[in-house]
Ligand binder design. Structure first.
Ligand SMILES: Cc1cc2nc3c(=O)[nH]c(=O)nc-3n(C[C@H](O)[C@H](O)[C@H](O)COP(=O)(O)OP(=O)(O)OC[C@H]3O[C@@H](n4cnc5c(N)ncnc54)[C@H](O)[C@@H]3O)c2cc1C
Length: 802
């Protein structure tokens, strides 16, 4: 065993082996994988081995497609069979709702270039004679789906990595990880210590325990999971070709051919977390006691739909644990708050996703950033709210919902009230329907009271529609207030703070008392932030940005912070309320002694002052497009501030509003939102964020941004109106021109003041001109859309600057 390595990977399941392979393939030869037992000794050996491309996140789908394509390469390189069968597969819709869901998937596939098409129930039965077609409306067929041998695939990754120069050692448990002052790691094993620049936690079932060696809490949870294998079925044995794989969402089953029989698995409605207090180190190639009762209902339904399975004997019943994360997606990347500590854990579909996870991790470790936006897998999307208990609750919920649809207007019930502000009870009593973001409850919209605050999950315009219209009207005509605790706040102090921010931010850094908007770019010129910068003093700045990105931004800022700058993520230290509307100035003036007249307190001014009798930071800025103010205060003052606002606003038509109204109003201004319209998939020119760049200075990503500017954008972010009734886009729909996909929807909804269905999306640059007629596919129907040249509300910005 070597004493030094560039990187040590802990864990020889499919994920660790794939990362080892990709690091070595891309040039890091000095990499080592350590496995406590034999390779595949966690969940990898007993997987069902089914592979498919569908995922709720388009970039994860892309990586799943990459993963499946990779198997041939590693098989050839390693000489080790992966037992791959690309049979094609279908997703079966047995009711209208699932058919609608699949139409959305089909729409995504159009612009992602995936080969998916609808087939009729009759065609389903032709391709898979065991299926009774009468239960189905249609099926979405994907050419790329199939199955493989999980053990073979894991070994093929490891052996292919060896061909590229990497090493792996089995029966070498890592018992400790300690960091040296230079940031490198001593990885301790009974066979000696390896000093490594980077370590990667790929502990799978033991991810939590490996994390604990370094005080890292990963909110993942192993879950028990069953599948069965039947005896020989003649219709399978005699079929001329291998039968396709399939998923039936309503029955909650997946199935595929296994030798001359069938394999069928299901996610039961009540999940069973396994070893909540920790995975024992002596757990090895063992299985758990099957419990047929837990899956009896599901089996009954599946026997109706695939009768031959019900008639065949059960040869084998597998109950094995595998690890889930709180939202079902993997947790990968550099762990915030740590140096050179990486993880790739909670990968619950390792054989669909392992290749893509390996690719992404290798790009991230070697190049400093992945080539596509992997926010949906980034470990930084969870913060300290994601405690072990919360992780178990949410991971269990996610297991249970593996094949259960989540609608665009749906908020999931488990793990709620993890973080609340002082206004929670007050707003709920007023009828707030709450959502959760980065663990924190925030109001989505306001009903007429707590009993009225409900809605049914739907793809169509939902019950909140008229209530949101009421909130928008209040803001556009009078004054409304929304909580802003869920915005991130990052504080920088020190003599070097201005110079540091000038370097990491592409835009202007303001003078004391002023605010600016700026993009932040990666070295490759991709968007990595869309931030409001407040200068509280020559050496004191506060940045406001996406709440969900706060840990990712912390990781970014802490990476190369100079000695003369101190930084803190102070998001939880500053709560507050944003006032918006033509009467917001009058309201604010009633609760502060400051002169907030238009002459004394201009657009993009800020003050440290008192309002509502409490100390505040007052920012004159608004995301609704109206005259507006963000009032930030310490959490202990929030209730007092809210009371003062309600009291002062009573005769001005003051109304609380929620995130849905805000999202509607910003559409009317054509303003993008982080994680939807602005993401590292795009550069500043494509997204239009280049208008905020200060090209006269040096800044991170300038070279790449300039090159992109000179080359001209291949695609552009546009705002559109859509000619549609009763339904709006919810994201990821295809945009078409003359029947050909030319882009996709990044966000949208109903613009209540303009009374129009609107959307934002990226389209090929030649279709981005104002007035261009396009089509948008919503639930399988094509609707006409028109690219706008200016915001539909207050195009000159006069109201906001009033
Ligand atoms: C019943 C069942 C059916 C499944 N079906 C499918 C399917 O059809 N398709 C699909 O894509 N996925 C499926 N999965 C999920 C799949 O098995 C997992 O996603 C995958 O195995 C995760 O791989 P991993 O490498 O992250 O973790 P693991 O396989 O758990 O590997 C972790 C490895 O790390 C090692 N390790 C841990 N701690 C240490 C240490 N301190 N030192 C050294 N080594 C250590 C362990 O020994 C282990 O080998 C299924 C899982 C189960 C249980």
């Amino acid at each position: 065993m070597p004493s030094h390595a560039k990187a040590v990977i802990i864990g020889g399941g499919v994920v660790g082996c794939s990362i080892l392979f990709h690091l070595a393939k891309f040039g890091w030869k000095d990499v080592v994988l350590l496995e406590r037992d034999e390779l595949t000794s966690g969940s990898s050996w007993h997987a069902a081995g089914q592979i498919h491309t569908i995922s709720s996140d388009p970039n994860i789908s892309r990586l799943q497609s990459y993963t499946i394509d990779l198997y041939k390469e590693i098989e050839e390189l390693s000489g080790h069979s992966v037992g791959l069968h690309i049979t094609g597969g279908f997703y079966l819709a047995s009711n209208k709702t699932w058919y609608d869901y699949l139409k959305r998937e089909r729409s995504k596939a159009r612009y992602m270039g995936l080969n998916q098409e609808f087939i009729s129930p009759k065609e389903v039965a032709e391709r898979h004679p065991l299926i009774d077609p009468k239960h189905y409306h249609a099926a979405l067929w994907d050419d790329q789906d199939g199955d493989l041998d999980p053990s073979g695939a894991t070994y093929a990754f490891a052996k292919a990595a060896k061909v590229h120069g990497a090493q792996y050692f089995t029966h070498t448990p890592v018992t400790g990880t300690t960091q040296r002052p230079d940031g490198s790691w001593d990885v301790v094993t009974p066979r000696g210590v390896i000093n490594a620049e980077h370590i990667v936690n790929c502990g799978g079932l033991w991810a939590r325990e490996v994390g604990h060696m370094q005080g890292v809490n990963l909110p993942v949870q192993p879950m028990e999971h069953h599948y069965l294998i039947t005896d020989k079925i003649d219709a399978v044995a005699n079929h001329p070709t291998r039968l396709p794989a399939g998923i039936d969402y309503e029955a909650n089953i997946y199935f595929r051919q296994e030798r001359q029989g069938m394999l069928l698995g299901t996610y039961e409605p009540k999940g069973t977390p396994w070893k909540v207090d920790g995975t024992p180190w002596d757990f090895g190639h063992e299985l758990l006691q099957p419990d047929l009762d837990r899956i009896a209902d599901r089996l009954e339904m599946s026997f109706e739909r695939i009768p031959a399975i019900g008639e065949a004997g059960i040869k084998d019943m597998i109950n094995g644990p595998f690890t889930f994360g709180p939202d079902g997606n993997p947790m990968i990347g550099p762990v915030p708050g740590m140096k050179n500590y990486w993880c790739a854990v909670g990968v619950m579909a390792g054989f669909c996703q392992g290749g893509g996870v390996g690719l992404t991790m290798a790009e991230w470790m070697i190049d400093g950033e992945p080539s596509i936006d992997v926010w949906a897998m980034d470990v930084a999307r969870f913060g300290d709210f994601a405690t072990p208990d919360w992780g178990t609750v949410k991971s269990t919920e996610n297991y249970e919902r593996r094949f259960v649809m989540t609608f665009p207007n749906e908020t999931l019930p488990k793990g709620r009230m993890q973080k609340t502000t002082a206004l929670y009870d007050r707003l709920v009593a007023k009828g707030a329907r709450m959502g959760q973001g980065f663990g924190l409850e925030n109001a989505l919209w306001f009903a007429d009271g707590p009993e009225d605050a409900h809605e049914e999950p739907t793809f169509e315009r939902n019950r909140s529609h008229d209530y949101v219209a009421r909130e928008v009207k209040a803001v556009r005509e009078a004054v409304g207030g929304i909580e802003v605790a869920n915005f991130a706040k990052h504080e920088f102090k020190g003599t070097g703070a201005r110079a540091y921010l000038d370097r990491v931010l592409a835009g202007y850094v303001p003078k004391p008392g002023r605010l600016t908007l700026t993009p932040m770019l990666t070295p490759k010129g991709k968007l990595y932030g869309d931030l409001t910068v407040a200068c509280l003093g020559e050496d004191h700045f506060m940045l406001f940005g996406s709440g969900s990105m706060q840990e990712a931004h912390r990781r970014w800022f802490e990476k190369d912070l100079p000695a003369d700058v101190t930084y803190q993520n102070v998001s939880d230290d500053w709560h507050g309320i944003a006032l918006s509307g033509p009467k917001s100035r009058e309201l604010l003036q009633r609760i502060t002694r400051e002169d907030v007249s238009g002459e004394a307190f201009k657009f993009r001014d800020l003050r440290q002052a008192f309002a509502g009798g409490v100390p505040v930071i007052l920012n004159r800025i608004s995301f609704s497009g109206e005259l507006g103010y963000e009032i930030y205060c310490k959490p202990q003052y929030l209730l007092r501030l809210a009371e003062a606002i309600e009291e002062a606003g009573a005769d001005l038509g003051y109304r609380w509003y929620g995130a849905r109204a805000l999202m509607s109003m910003r559409l009317e201004k054509g303003w993008g939102v982080w994680t939807l319209d602005f993401r590292p998939d795009f550069d500043a020119v494509e997204s239009g964020m280049d208008v905020f760049i200060n090209w006269k200075k040096d800044f991170a990503g300038k070279e790449a941004a300039l090159a992109a500017k000179e080359a001209g954008p291949g695609r552009k972010l546009v705002t559109m109106t859509i000619n549609v009734d009763g339904i709006d886009v919810s994201g990821d729909e295809a945009i078409l021109k003359d029947g050909k996909a030319v882009g996709y929807i990044s966000s949208g909804g109903y613009a209540h003041h303009a009374q129009a269905s609107m959307a934002m999306g990226y389209v090929a640059a030649e279709h981005a001109a104002a007035g261009t007629g396009l089509q948008v596919e919503i639930l399988g129907e094509m609707y006409d859309a028109e690219v706008l040249g200016a915001p539909v509300y207050d195009a000159s910005g006069a109201n906001m600057r009033a």
